[in-house]
Ligand binder design. Structure first.
Ligand code: ZN
Length: 371
């Protein structure tokens, strides 16, 4: 690909500078310019500057030239000719961001909700997101922790030791976090400690878990799929009648199956609670744990899209030993959430779903332009 400069008078370090309208290019692309070589430099998302870096002594000669810039290699040429369209980039928007993420994970059910209005901003496989029922795994933990702590039923400063080994009623539920000192609630949420939440579940009274979850919207129709040619499923819920069943329910393993739409609606409820009661110990604990999770904990991948996010992963399966599915549910931006992002992967792990969320957020309106 040859790009010709109409003007070599605009110098950079005594050389030539050529503006080329492109978008979404990698930041640096090597090129040759006569006897000069250098890098095409990304100026902003809409404009790159091609600079022929020469010495001051080359300046006069270069001012009179018509610079011919040959991008070496077919791969680089294709990059500029194809991936870098000569048209201006559209403004980031949620449907385009979801479409981008869906190209990377075609099977992903993705839901983006506006926190303030509850409006559905964008979705992938919306009909499936409305009727796919799956165990939520650890994505349930923030909702239970918030409800119990807000009700004064659980002291989040209580520390619980974890050996990372846990088995309940035939389910192997070993923790995957690093070895750690006894954890309090924020740490336990950030690291998704099953031992901690099993201990919390052991304090539940009959009917209490349903009472905690019902206000979140997790167990009922959301109405978000209205107009879709499908009936929205209602969460599959079985009241636990033993300590072991309580633990399995709190860990999102057994006795509860929800749709991606229901999980998204419940996280919106959580976002509204955190905003309405920002200084309570329940809000501080859960907000901190979700931010930690997406910063360095189990949902770390979600934070790699360049948008601060607070969220939680979940991994579960239909039956012990069968193929797992993965969840991510998060609030972005982390400090003042305006959207809920929920991702469900029919096959995979929570970390995989978090990566899909990162790809989505990287193309979203929340992503700040590069300086
Ligand atoms: Zn643990």
């Amino acid at each position: 690909m040859i790009v010709e400069s109409p003007d070599c008078s605009a110098g950079l370090l005594g050389g030539c500078r050529v503006g080329i309208l492109v978008h979404a290019c990698p930041s640096l692309i090597p090129y040759s310019c006569g006897r000069h070589t250098g890098l095409i430099e990304l100026g902003n998302p809409l404009l790159i500057f091609v600079s022929c870096w020469g010495s001051k002594t080359d300046n006069s000669a270069m001012e009179n030239c018509r610079v011919r810039i040959a991008v070496r290699g077919t791969a680089l040429a294709a990059l500029l000719a194809g991936a870098c369209s000569l048209s201006a980039a559209p403004a980031p928007n949620w449907p385009a961001a979801v479409a981008h993420a869906a190209r990377l994970a075609p099977e992903a059910r993705i839901v983006v909700l506006d926190v303030a209005t509850g409006k559905l901003l964008a979705a992938n496989h919306l009909a499936d997101a409305a009727r796919t029922l799956a165990a939520p795994g650890s994505a349930l933990k923030p909702l239970v922790l918030y409800g119990l702590t807000a009700a004064g039923r659980w002291d989040p400063s209580r520390r619980i030791a974890c050996t990372r080994k846990l088995a309940i009623a035939g389910h192997a539920l070993d923790c995957s976090h690093p070895l750690a000192d006894p954890m309090e609630a924020r740490q336990a949420l950030g690291w998704s400690c099953n031992t901690y939440f099993a201990a919390l579940a052991a304090t539940l009274k009959p009917g209490e878990l349903r009472g905690l979850l019902a206000p979140t919207g997790l167990l009922g129709q959301t109405g978000l799929a209205a107009g879709e040619a499908t009936a929205e499923a209602v969460a599959d819920w079985g009241e636990p009648h033993s300590a072991g069943k309580n633990s399995l329910a709190v860990l999102g393993v057994e006795g509860i199956r929800v749709t991606p739409l229901e999980l998204a609606a419940a996280y919106r409820w959580l976002a509204l609670q955190l905003a309405a009661h920002p200084s309570t110990v329940a809000a501080l604990t859960v907000r901190g744990g979700l931010a930690d999770s997406a910063s360095f904990g189990m949902a770390e991948a979600a934070g790699m899209g360049g948008v601060p996010v607070a969220g939680k992963t979940g991994t579960a399966s239909l039956a012990a030993g069968s193929q797992t599915h993965g969840w991510f549910a998060g609030l972005a931006p982390a400090d003042a959430p305006s959207v809920v992002v929920a991702v469900y992967l029919p096959a995979g792990h929570g970390a995989d779903a978090a990566r899909v969320a990162a790809e989505l957020l990287a193309r979203s309106p929340l992503r700040k332009p590069r300086p």
